[in-house]
Design a protein around this ligand. Structure first.
Ligand code: BGC
Length: 660
């Protein structure tokens, strides 16, 4: 049996234009502050507030200051391509990007997202999303990079570097604890300092390290305080600034739940979109009408106002958007072909999608080709009868989810999934087809883990986990099925048999209004929880197959440097018959007593190898990779004792072990 994850990259990776060189922050601030000094209060407030979602050509626009040559700044979603824009690419989702375990491909996707944004005149690309998939049913989990903080952090880092290399601003979202759709406008996500640093905040820390120019605060509250009015997160001594963030904080669309005085003084710099009243606690979007009076009566100081504007303009100058940046050339109010399907499938329109059935049909056109029979309904009898006595049957089953409120109440699922079953009786269809065809290939399109009780059925010869792919899903799948492309993706989450195996849940119902969700599992998500509870998943984190095989050889060399970094070196060889790429993964076991999960992902490397070829691979462990967040010292600290390093093809397929 083959189970593999499939990455559907729908763009060319090579031959990109030279990376854009960013202007240093100090020069950018000097330019910004020179403009701020010439502005009236109304002009400043105009830069800090949106023009109104339905008045804007982009999903968000600031007010221009024409007399000073400052244009409207255009914000557009993100994160898997440009939403509500015609003629653009529907990129693979974040979760499929995570399944590459490839910084090279993460970066390349970021560059392509940036180039398309720039071409359309988008100043701020509203992505990447980096909310941890705390529970696999979380509606928007697939927009991000899964349940593992390290993998999510690398996805966030590379995407931002890629996007910003084109002169487009990235926007790290949604800060923070935006982990379910039900009650999202006011739910409070309650977690402790260590959980924040090591899990939910980690990708945002990596975003700051990637020099992200903007961060979007979330709809929800954190430990009882709204994300966009939370000085612990946004303030001068809060998480972002303390870690060196130099850009500006923008609210999620309608996430400003407190008064202008409160949010401005807490560290929010910009309110978007400027005209929404959403269901949430307190005053709404009060910056629009409330900021000027708050400045006039001294509740918000002129210095703070100037700082807010300075940050927004500095980001604009930092990315060089003051010269040669294309004008907006689309209208998000007039998107073409506004079909419900496109809205529901993705954060982009998938205007050019090539479905698998079309690609398979094209592959089998002409003389001597296989005779295809299709069943395109969800009818189980029709599916089984199309498959009966065929040489091979390919069964497609799916599970979707998305954003609450506007697009995604589908088949009774309101954003978050109701369960981990395949939709439209997909599991039953698979079993019915497998009963009548002894060469059944299952293709799963899903936003995250699904139950696969049928996976060991003797007639199921392959399972392709295609995830939530981009527009070239059909041709990519054909390439894999026909052996022209050797799969190399890995599961960015575990696939288990019971919801309780994941250790967290979605709060759907609350009789008392916005619920309080206590993240009592702390650091133990996905494989970490399973490890702690002796649960063996059906398919483990990091698992995936190839048409070739790989051999690891050691001994594992672990060399420490004076800086506290460690280089872990080993050799991988392709021992099979076709070229392929191995995803070597490094898991770290902390010393007993450090309070860490049994094993945590701390490194990965793609190793492309020809037949018979072998290569020495080095994975670096930095000082922070071997640290825990010490809540007494409020700092990263390396715990004393012996660390265990395992290297292998998945978390459970361990090939080499060492200690230091
Ligand atoms: C979403 C954000 C998005 C914004 C603008 C909000 O509803 O949560 O992710 O960027 O809308 O479209």
């Amino acid at each position: 049996m083959i189970l593999t994850t499939l990455l559907l990259l729908s763009f060319q990776l090579l031959g990109r234009a030279e990376a854009f060189v960013q202007r240093p922050w100090d020069e950018s601030y000097a330019l910004a502050n020179a403009k701020v000094a010439q502005m009236t209060i109304d002009e400043k407030v105009g830069i800090l507030t949106g023009v109104g979602q339905f008045n804007s050509r982009c999903v968000g626009d600031t007010h221009p200051v024409d007399r000073l040559g400052i244009p409207a700044i255009c914000f557009q979603d993100g994160p898997a391509g440009l939403r509500l824009v015609k003629g653009v690419t529907g990129f693979p989702s974040g979760i499929n990007t995570a399944s590459t375990f490839s910084r090279r491909l993460m970066r390349a996707r970021g560059v392509a997202l940036g180039e398309e944004s720039r071409g359309k005149g988008v100043n701020v690309f509203l992505g990447p999303a980096m909310d941890i998939m705390r529970n696999p049913k979380a509606g928007r989990g697939w927009e991000s990079f899964g349940p593992d903080p390290f993998l999510t952090g690398e996805g966030a880092y590379e995407t931002i570097v890629g996007v910003q290399s084109t002169g487009v601003q990235g926007c790290a979202k949604h800060f923070v604890g935006n982990n379910q759709e039900h009650w999202r406008y006011g739910v409070t996500a309650d977690f402790d300092e260590r959980t924040m640093r090591e899990v939910y905040g980690w990708p945002f820390l990596r975003s700051v390290e990637a020099d992200v120019s903007s961060v979007m605060c979330a709809y929800n509250r954190v430990n009882g305080t709204s994300s966009c009015g939370n000085a612990d997160l946004l303030g001068p001594n809060g998480f972002l600034r303390e870690n060196g963030f130099k850009g500006f904080v923008v609210s999620d669309w309608g996430a400003t739940h407190d008064t202008a005085k409160d949010v401005a003084n807490a560290g929010l710099d910009m309110e978007q979109p400027g005209d929404w009243i959403v269901i949430g606690g307190g005053d709404f979007n009060d910056l629009i009408s409330g900021l000027k009076p708050a400045v006039n009566n001294g509740d918000v100081s002129i210095d703070r106002l100037d700082e807010m504007v300075g940050r927004v303009l500095a980001a604009f100058y930092h990315l060089g958007q003051d010269s040669g940046f294309p004008a907006v050339n689309f209208d998000a109010q007039q998107p073409s072909t506004p079909t419900a399907l496109a809205r529901r499938t993705s954060m982009s329109r998938l205007e050019f999608v090539v479905p698998p059935v079309d690609a398979l049909t094209a592959e089998n056109a002409g003389a001597g080709a296989a005779a295809l029979a299709t069943s395109l309904s969800n009818d189980l009898d029709a599916g089984a009868s199309a498959a009966r006595d065929r040489d091979v049957a390919v069964v497609f089953a799916n599970a979707m989810s998305g954003e609450l409120g506007f697009y995604d109440v589908v088949v009774g699922n309101m954003g978050d999934r109701n369960d981990l079953d395949l939709w439209f009786k997909g599991g039953s269809l698979i079993e019915r087809v497998a009963a009548v065809c002894n060469n059944t290939i299952v293709v799963i399109h899903s936003v995250g883990p699904v139950f696969m009780p049928w996976s060991s059925h003797p007639n199921i010869t392959a399972i392709v986990y295609a995830g939530a792919p981009g527009e070239m899903t059909g041709p990519s799948l054909v390439d894999v099925l026909y052996g022209r492309y050797n799969p190399r993706g890995r599961l960015p989450f575990s696939i288990a048999d019971k919801e309780t195996d994941f250790g967290t849940s979605i709060v759907y119902d609350s009789l008392t209004g916005f619920p309080e969700i206590n993240y009592t599992e702390k650091l133990l998500l996905d494989y970490r929880y399973m490890d702690a509870n002796g649960i063996t998943p059906r398919f483990e984190f990091g698992f995936g197959l190839s048409y070739t095989t790989f051999v690891y050889s050691g001994p594992l060399s672990i060399v420490s440097s004076a800086s506290g970094a460690r280089a872990v070196t080993f050799t991988v060889a392709n021992s099979g018959d076709v070229p392929g790429t191995e995803i070597a993964q490094l898991y770290l076991g902390f010393p007993a007593g450090a309070g860490e999960p049994k094993r945590v992902l701390r490194g990965f490397e793609e190793v492309a190898l020809g037949v018979g070829e072998s290569r020495s691979v080095t994975i670096m462990l930095g000082q922070r990779d071997v640290s825990i967040w010490d809540v007494v010292r409020h700092a990263w600290v390396v715990p004393p004792g012996t660390f265990t390093v395992t290297v292998g093809a998945s978390i459970n397929d361990v090939r080499l072990t060492g200690t230091f």
